[in-house]
Design a binder for this molecule. Sequence first.
Ligand code: DMJ
Length: 476
Amino acid sequence: MACTSERIAISIGRDGSRTTKLPPVTEARFFLSALLLALAPLPSPAAEPPPADNAVLAQAVRSEFQFAWQAYARSALPHDELKPVSRGSRDWHEGASLLMTPVDALDTMLLMGLTEEAEKTRTLIAEKLSFDRDISVKNFEITIRLLGGLLSAYQLSGDSRLLALAQDLGNRLLPAFDSPTGMPYMYVNLKTGKTSGAVSNPAEIGTLILEFGTLSKLTKRDVFYQKPRRALAELFRRRSAIGLVGEEIDVETGQWKSPTSHVGGGIDSYYEYLVKCERLFGDEECGRMARESLAAVHRYLADEVDGGLWYGEADKDSGKRTSTTYGALHAYLPAVLAISGDVARARRLQDSGFRMWTLAGIEPEVLDYKVMKVVSPGYPLRPEIIESAYTLYQVTKDPRYLEMGKRFFEDLKRFCRTDAGYTVLKNVVTKEKGDLMPSYFLAETLKYLYLLFAPDALDFGRVVFNTEAHPLKRTW
Ligand code: DMJ
């Protein structure tokens, strides 16, 4: 095991010349040696000094994070998630919290310089989190939230206990890949290794390589890289003759169960991980798969309506349009396009996303873009559109994305804030509230907002975010 107990110092980052008003953001000392230069930085235009009120906004986001975290700590800790309206809690598995919110939130605390909260949370995780549980977990969710969160917090803090937990978790999840095709089952029992859920989807099959791959590099165990890497290749191999994947596939037979193709939930992060696999690991074959897949996506799923760019649904075999829906989950795509160098499409699609957000005052889960009507009205505090604004700002330095971020932040406070944390909306039209603060709100939504306004808190060009916004760094 290549873990180190060396603690990487976390310093308060203040760029005197340009950001004297910045709040005490933490610049995690991620980048200690020349080795770390192995990952090519993304093209970034000449930096402009950020407008003065960005510092104020970053401080405000940081305060909202503290407010939301304290609400969780008061009413829900040690359970997985907070129910802010009833001031209760929710566990994903009966009687067994996996500290979902603390693990998901820890690297955000480190990046925000919330030293006291981070210290306590690290201790809580190291002392109380155990994966020795007789529970069947969703491989994808546990990988992106817990494995990703532990690895990122390990890289930011140097706390080897987090890496040890990640390795234990990785070992327990590995049996998920033991299907006849090598594509993982949806569920695996953490104690017995028993698998279930043979019908899966591209997102759950193809969104594992960043976390398992990082674990592989940090522990020098190749199996952690090879299994999810094979799963990606097996999935790609089953694309249709025109290059699209469907929505559901049986991992035992390799047969598609649903021919619907799109870039939304159930498929989304498969594309994201093909692109990022090349960036993080230098795996050129992943890059080739990414480019070929995205070319088919642009050809058959892209849709032009009244001068706006959208991505709808089509049959994976014929390419025939089956629906004109786009939603909150699709809104990650501008970020992926921007990091793959397709900035023009990324900008246009983000403009469409912003129209979707402003239609009812906050974005719906699903919209019919052809008639601009809300199809599914919930807003579960999703981060994707903010992730895209952050990424586009990093790549273009266009203040338009700061303006968008400001609007997102204002609407979140206006419609989703309660006296005891932030909550999902059941309906973006009526603004009726639900009762849950998903762990990704602290891992992603507030992190991307903060980083948008405090860009110096993390060197964007030298990290790869997993799909839960946990920044991973190539240190090998
Ligand atoms: C998060 O868990 C991840 O971003 C995932 O890729 C999609 N769903 C949520 C956020 O919307």
